[in-house]
Structure formats: structure tokens, C-alpha cells
Write a protein of this length. Sequence first.
Length: 299
Amino acid sequence: MATLVIMAAGLASRYGSAKQIEKVGPAGEILMEYTIYDARKAGFDRFVIVLPPGMLEDFKEVCGNRLEKKVQVEYAFQSYDSLPAWYKVPEGRTKPYGTVPAVLGGKDRIHDRFAVVNADDFYGPGAYTLMYETLQSLPEEGVGCMVAYKLKNTVSDFGTVTRGVCTLEGGKMTAVEETYKIGKAADGSIRSFYTSDEGVELDIESAVSMNFWGFTPWALKEMDAYFEAFLRAPTGGELKSECLLPTMVDDMIRAGKLIVEARTTDETWFGMTYKEDRASTAAALRKLTDQGVYPYKLF
């Protein structure tokens, strides 16, 4: 048994609308339905969907009512209401606090081994099989896992992205560095444009994290403590600071608190980072359907 936590509470500021419920499949499916289809086929039997406040009714209308008849779905929410009573949200802040509190939003619904994914990313069927199999072999404490992608398979044609560039040694991830504004340069190379207009060239074969993590329930207590420390630090008072899973994982590895089993995949990512991504995502799903990878109607 294993639970998949799907993080769908972001503001979608680059996309410009509620991409979590954007219909892109041939029969009007949202991208998350492909996530659930692939994960269920791999062995995941419970799904916790973390939504922003106020989206549940729309989500149910678009696909939730249909999904609930086929799979075990539970809903959780990422909101300021779930923050500790002692913490005061800075005036003017509207942004959610990141992926660590997103997972914590569903912690009361997570009772067994679990994996975490983004709602707006397509990870590929093989990645879920790798994750499920690895999850089953994890000890109860101290070890997590992740699925790593090749950088060249994860870049958008329509703008820059953020990726966790990983260091892998002997099947384990020994470090992950959040790298911002990664995009394609005019010469065909892939660069980070975060510090300069010309960008810093990156190895296209680099292993990167796509926020596809696996843990045992032990990790939830660690996340609670890490997020509290984040809020108590100066960063907790900033308007746009985020408490991110890759940063937490890297800090725990460096502190000797966590070992991360890494599994690499050749799956190609696509997703809904920018509005322009919608057409290419819909075309990719149509192609996979035509090839017989997916039925015309998923659920």
C-alpha cells in the first residue's frame, strides 16, 4: 500500500489561471487525472489532493466527482489557517509557503508510505513504477527516495523553469541545489539565467529533481519541525520566501538525518508552467492516447 500526495495549491502566477483544473486530455481530462491513472496502475491505492481554499467545488465539478467513483480520493488544503497560532502572516503576503507545508496540509490523511508530486507535471508511467517499488523497501525511519530526470528532458519551450540539480553517488542522492531560471539558449545549450543575461551553461545530462519524493510517515514529524524553524527564522517574515522540499531534503542530508535512494528515469517531462504549454501538453497527451498508452477516457 502507498499514498500519493498531489500538490495542487499553488497560485499559478506564471500560468495566469487555475491550471490545476485546466482540461487538456482528449476527453476533457485535467493533467492530474493522468497522474492518478499512472500511479494507480503502478500500485498506489490512496490519493490525497492538496488544494487551495475555495477550489474544492470547482475541482469536484471538473473531475473529482468522477474520480471518487473509481479511486480512493481525499482532499486537504494549504491555507494560512493551518499555520501555527503563534505565527503572524506578514501584511501583504499572498503566496503560499511552499511545498513542505503543502504536504503538511494533508498530514492527517497520510497513514502509510507516501510519495509527493506536483499537480501540473506529467512524470510518465515508468516513474511511478520506480517510485512505488522503491517505497516498499524503505526502512521505517531515516531513508527517503526520489525519481531523478535528465535535465534535457525537463525544460519548457516557452520560458524558464526551476529544477533541483542533484548529485548522485552509488544510487543515492548526496546533494540537491535549487537552480533557477533554467531555459534553452539560442545556441541550443541549456543555461541558468538567474545571475546573468548570457546564463551559466548546465550539463544536459545532469540529474534533476522534479519534486517526486517518497517517504515513510516518520518524515512528517521532520517536516513539522523544519517548517516551524523556517517560520521562526528571518525568512519567515519575508513576503515571498518558501519552505521547499528540495531544500529541506538537502539540509537533512548534510546534517546526517536523511539518506535518499535515487532512481533515474529516461521519461520525458511536460507540464503546465506557462499558458503556452497548454497546446503542447494537449498534443502530447493526444499522441500518447493515439499510441495506446492511455484509453480515450481515463475514468
